[in-house]
Design a protein around this ligand. Structure first.
Ligand SMILES: Nc1nc2c(ncn2[C@@H]2O[C@H](COP(=O)(O)OP(=O)(O)OP(=O)(O)O)[C@@H](O)[C@H]2O)c(=O)[nH]1
Ligand SMILES: [Mg+2]
Ligand SMILES: [Zn+2]
Length: 301
């Protein structure tokens, strides 16, 4: 490519200014959209071509997006670190299952990262075994870390190399704490929340959409948006397609949703009965299906 044109990634948007990081040199630029490009919407995560013009940079092209998620608005996420904490707060499996579905819909690689393993004890070991059993079976990679005791962080860092990674997880699991450790830069203003001792729920401290450049071509995103309970861009009828453990069974009805159909016809229900499919995952599937259905009923009424 002509060296006047630089391939760059948008990491932050400040009104009409786009902060970008160059793919080759890793340097930061502030770019603007010239008049003839104004009809285009640019998102954090977009790969763009910029060109120097006097004392500023102009965005001349937006490279085709690999994917785009609406909430939070961000493009080209390659993997999602599904952060849960082994305790305080307890893993939120419904949220986890929803996030796995979202990853599959958007073609994002999910990695489950279990934080706060410094809290492990005999009882929590059983919880850990459950997570391993269910999710390793789905070919999802599992990491165990403690941001507090700095365990497993190098492993996590390796996974982030040459990726644009989003962190998701309910409030209080330690997203900001982990990211601060990864950035290794205490001057960055990421706020860490206190966990309310009564609810153990934490509060949503992080509010902005920004990519952090942690290494050449490695970016991370810290937003609370991915922690949302709402699943979108998916119909209830399609939910089953995103459950890998369902895929090897063929029910007697082609469009079986594995819920209201009779057990004689439904191979999934049989597999749940025979303990081939985890009953809790299946119960959560029914719950998520019902919540999608309720949303559709409201929308199409
Ligand atoms: N024991 C233990 N506590 C941790 C660990 N990591 C984070 N915490 C604590 O968990 C609490 C919540 O951490 P945050 O990093 O604010 O959590 P968050 O996921 O960013 O929360 P939101 O921004 O509200 O979504 C803080 O009190 C942290 O000190 C860990 O590895 N072990
Ligand atoms: Mg946070
Ligand atoms: Zn079925």
């Amino acid at each position: 490519m002509n060296k006047d044109f630089i391939k760059s990634k948008v990491i932050e948007i400040l009104l009409d200014k786009y902060i970008t990081v160059d793919e080759e040199s890793n340097s930061l630029h502030t770019a603007i959209l010239p008049g003839n490009m104004k009809k285009n919407k640019i998102y954090v995560g977009d790969n763009v071509i910029i060109k120097k013009s006097y004392d500023t940079y102009l965005i001349t092209e937006i490279i085709k997006r690999k994917n785009f998620v609406m909430r939070p608005p961000v493009s080209n996420i390659s993997q999602m670190i599904l952060l849960i904490s082994i305790d305080n707060p307890k893993p939120d499996y419904i949220l986890l299952d929803k996030q796995i579905v979202l990853c599959k819909v958007k073609n994002i690689i999910p990695i489950i990262c279990i934080n706060k393993i410094d809290l492990l004890n005999d009882k929590l070991d059983l919880e850990l075994e459950y997570i391993k059993k269910i999710y390793s079976n789905l070919n999802i990679e599992l990491l165990q870390i403690s941001s507090k005791n700095e365990i497993g962080l190098d492993n996590l860092k390796d996974k982030l190399k040459n990726n644009t990674s989003a962190f998701s997880g309910n409030s209080g699991v330690g997203k900001s704490s982990v990211i601060i450790k990864l950035l290794n830069n205490s001057s960055l203003k990421i706020e860490i929340g206190e966990i309310g001792s009564k609810t153990n729920k934490g509060k949503h401290t992080t509010k902005y959409v920004k990519l952090y450049n942690i290494d050449k071509n490695s970016f991370i995103l810290d937003t609370p948006g991915f922690s949302s309970y709402e699943l979108y861009d998916i119909e209830s009828e399609d939910l089953k397609k995103y459950y890998d453990e369902f895929s090897k069974y063929e029910c007697n009805y082609l469009d079986c949703n594995h819920i209201n159909e009779g057990i004689a016809e439904c191979k999934i229900k049989q597999a749940v009965n025979n303990n081939e499919i985890d009953i809790q995952r299946y119960e959560r599937y029914k719950y998520i299906y019902a919540s999608l259905k309720t949303k559709e009923d409201v929308k199409y009424k």
